[in-house]
Design a protein around this ligand. Structure first.
Ligand code: GDP
Length: 388
């Protein structure tokens, strides 16, 4: 059974330990007294793509951020204080995907001279606008319109994503109607303003199920330039190993950064997420610790987990890097020769590593595979063995 490294044990607690530890990193909270300083400090020479989380007050921004990236349980979000400052949350130390989330207070005024739109909206990334679907959303739509136009003028390359959020409170049959209504109103308004070129994507989300992870996965995939290559590699891996579905997961956040080109059904995704939770739980309890009780980094090339379900399905998990895991769904009949799948996986991992090594050499700064000399040595040995 795999045991995940636990460098940051405190932050790791969340669902698995003594409860959520703190909300935002205090270092990144800038007071409103000196707004100029706020903005100047937000992007110190930082070229990382970013996700801007925006929306009206109480729409659910902090909850989303905490549930997806900090393992907070949805019920705990009831006690979150409303966002009233610009908060940046750099998750690059805990997650494979390196991006920043800027959580904006709902009431921020773009037309204030201190609001530097070039700095906020510039660069590569996505703007996620959260709308509370349980509330009257007319104000939110006006705000969205204003925000999108402002941001598009500064940076037409920004991806615009709209989360129609808290849909758990809506009856099943009215969810799609709500999405259609919002989509139509927003598009009509943009057309009326002569901004037909702006493309917005809409997602129905809730922190009480996997929809928020699914939506974030899609947003993150849009800002990963290597996505088509990853998809092709997964297709090849699946067809040569008899695998029905494979996801490449950012283990920490349960965001899938790529999957093969067959359609994703929510149940498969949830099943794989649950498997990650099980593996994390077991690792957390039984993972190797040093004399002082600290977890040791436990990655090795053979780390894996296989779960056989009683409906002829096998779940197969292998670690690709410290933060990245491949989770596959296989029919039991195709799991007669696990050695073949293991071998194919090693080739697949080799290819993935090369993809990101090239990206790093190019210094596009989007993703970095956490690599260390030991891992490098292991790969060398593996390569040699494969060549024998
Ligand atoms: P913010 O001001 O935009 O950061 O909003 P918060 O994250 O503080 O959320 C406001 C309230 O909405 C909190 O009480 C959350 O528990 C609640 N909330 C957030 N997401 C959801 C959701 O998906 N469903 C439901 N029912 N409530 C949610």
């Amino acid at each position: 059974m795999t045991s995940y490294p636990q460098d940051d044990d405190e932050a790791y607690q969340g669902d698995y330990g003594a409860g959520y530890v703190g909300s935002f990193s205090k270092d990144f909270v800038y007071g409103p007294d000196d707004p100029e300083a706020d903005v100047n400090m937000l992007f110190p020479n930082d070229q990382k793509p970013k996700i801007l989380l925006m929306g009206l007050r109480r729409s659910g921004k902090s909850s989303i951020q905490n549930v997806v990236f900090h393992k907070m349980s949805p019920n705990e979000t009831l006690f979150l204080e409303s966002t009233n400052k610009i908060v940046t949350d750099d998750i690059s130390n805990t997650s494979f995907v390196q991006f920043k989330i800027l959580d904006f207070p709902g009431q921020i005024d773009f037309f204030e001279p201190s609001f530097d739109s070039e700095k906020i909206f510039g660069g590569q990334g996505a703007l996620v606008f959260v709308i509370d679907a349980q509330d009257d959303y007319m104000d939110a739509l006006n705000r969205l319109h204003e925000t999108v136009i402002r941001a598009y003028k500064v940076n037409p390359k920004l991806k615009f994503e709209v989360f129609i959020h808290k849909v758990d409170g809506l009856p099943d049959d009215s969810r799609i109607d709500t999405q259609r209504d919002i989509n139509k109103r927003v598009t009509d308004e943009l057309n009326d303003s002569g901004m037909e070129g702006i493309h917005l994507s809409f997602y129905l989300t809730s922190i009480y199920d996997h929809s928020i992870f699914e939506a974030f996965s899609k947003v993150v995939q849009k800002i990963i330039p290597q996505l088509p290559t990853l998809e092709k590699l997964l297709n090849i891996f699946n067809s040569s190993s008899g695998i029905d579905k494979a996801f490449l997961f950012d283990v920490w956040s349960k965001i899938y950064i790529a999957t093969d080109s067959s359609p994703v059904d929510m149940q498969s995704y949830e099943l794989c997420c649950d498997m990650i939770d099980v593996v994390l739980d077991i690792s957390n309890i039984y993972g190797l610790r040093d004399g002082e009780g600290e977890h040791l980094a436990a990655f090795d090339k053979d780390s894996a987990s296989i779960i056989k379900l009683n409906n002829s399905t096998v779940l197969y998990l292998r670690q690709v890097s410290r933060f990245l895991a491949l989770v596959c769904i296989i029919n039991e009949d195709n799991f007669q020769r696990p050695g073949l799948i293991n071998y194919n996986f090693l080739c697949f991992r080799e290819a993935i590593i090369e993809v990101f090594e090239i990206a790093n050499q190019k210094n596009d700064g989007i993703l970095a595979l956490v690599s260390n000399p030991e891992e490098e040595q292991e790969r060398e040995t593996q390569r040699d063995q494969n060549n024998l």
